[in-house]
Design a protein around this ligand. Structure first.
Ligand code: PSV
Ligand code: MN
Ligand code: MN
Length: 387
């Protein structure tokens, strides 16, 4: 094995892909949620399922929580439950979009009492980080307006900045605030954090513990996401990803399903910028509405691994030489050679070296877990959107 291949394998072994607790629960569109047999009823059961994903892939050691969807009385006990299964609690996602009071927004709401309620929730999420050992607070705001003139756009930015500063102050040693942007939805005219520029401007003012999250589904069609990734990494402001696929808007389909070439281009910029060796968080943010959830999450983890492997295989020396010579076709060919490499045998080897089955999905199907949870979880209310 050449030194280069062993370095690629080491990077693949060390990659950590975070799975979202909500992907294990029932989800759907605004038209229908199709319940599936065996779906978890509690945050603990979501962790039990996440442990199966980690057991078969070896690279999914943390689980993001969404509060209040994953509200429990004792968060330290929940973290212990994770630990006993070889997992840890990942990003705490604050949810300030589901209560009736948030009709006109949360931290940007015109009424100070609603803003206070939202801020209290964000601060509670930092308490939960303390209790679970989580290092990341993930903030996505559904705030915005539907009609021109509805509210003062600049005043809303001031309110946002005020809330973010209060949360930032509360962060402890080693804790980060990850600010997510989204082009539109649920607001249709203005969104208060619509793009990476707005998120970056707020994070820059706050300080080094504040970084931007790139959710791959949150851009206008045709946006060059890898360029955003390159710029944010260069500025030390790429906190992480919410990975998923989109064909139209925020589709939340499996990452790498719609456009594996885009995922490769993103991962190449991550590798190029050293993001795979830094604290950049590789999180999934997906919903599995019609497909079985655990195998879909395993497939998603594998898709990220495949794109990463291809990005790591790019011959950087040959690429730099072609770029320096202005040889457009040769430079493009270096990237395409890596993209067109079948990395599945390499990843199968990596898994075998980790003591895993080379085919995680087949191993999951053989494990009997799906049959077991279908039987064990017949009673009670399944977890799903809003629960
Ligand atoms: C919003 O569309 C979002 O991407 C945010 O990350 C939320 O936390 C998540 O979806 C909820 O599914
Ligand atoms: Mn997201
Ligand atoms: Mn989204």
């Amino acid at each position: 094995m050449t030194a280069a291949v062993s370095a690629v394998k080491a990077a693949l072994r060390n990659q950590a892909i975070e799975t979202p607790s909500w992907a294990y629960g029932n989800s759907g569109t605004r038209f229908k949620v199709f319940a599936q047999p065996g779906v978890p009823r509690t945050p603990r059961e979501k962790l039990d399922d996440a442990a199966r994903v980690h057991a078969h892939t070896g690279v999914a050691p943390s689980v993001a929580l969404h509060i209040p969807w994953d509200r429990v009385d004792d968060y330290a006990a929940l973290a212990r439950h994770a630990e006993e299964r070889g997992l840890r609690i990942g990003a705490i996602n604050a949810n300030v979009f589901q209560d009736d009071e948030y009709r006109l927004g949360s931290v940007c709401h015109p009424d100070a009492a609603v803003r206070r309620k939202a801020l209290d929730h964000l601060l509670e999420c930092v308490d939960i980080m303390d209790a679970t050992g989580s290092g990341d607070l993930k903030l996505w705001f559904a705030d915005g307006t539907n009609y021109p003139g509805q509210d003062d756009v600049r005043a809303r930015q001031d309110r946002l900045a005020e809330a973010l500063a209060a949360v930032y102050e509360r962060l402890g040693e080693g804790q980060r605030m990850l600010l997510e942007y989204k082009l539109f939805e649920p607001a249709f005219y203005t969104t208060d954090v619509p793009d990476w520029g707005t998120a970056y401007a707020h994070c820059l003012k706050l300080g080094e513990k504040a970084q931007v999250v790139v959710d791959t589904g949150h851009h206008a069609p045709g946006t060059n996401i890898e360029f955003i990734v390159a710029v944010l990494l260069r500025e030390g402001k790429l906190g992480g990803f919410d990975f998923n696929s989109r064909f139209y808007a925020d589709d939340d389909l499996m990452v790498g399903a719609a456009d594996p070439f885009q995922l490769f281009r993103i991962m190449y910029e991550v590798v190029r910028g050293g993001g795979h060796e830094s604290r950049t968080a590789f999180m999934l943010d997906q919903c599995h509405n019609i497909e079985p959830k655990i195998p879909a999450i395993i497939r998603s983890v594998m898709n990220v691994q495949e794109a990463t492997a291809k990005a790591l295989l790019v011959d950087r020396e040959a690429l730099s030489a072609a770029q320096a010579e202005g040889d457009v076709l040769a430079a493009n060919a270096v990237l395409m050679d890596a993209y067109n490499t079948d990395v599945r045998p390499l990843l199968a080897e990596v898994r075998e070296e980790m003591g895993l089955d080379p085919d995680p999905i087949a191993a999951y199907h053989r494990s009997g877990w799906a049959e077991r949870i279908t039987e064990d979880r017949k009673d009670g209310r399944q977890a799903g959107w809003g629960a």
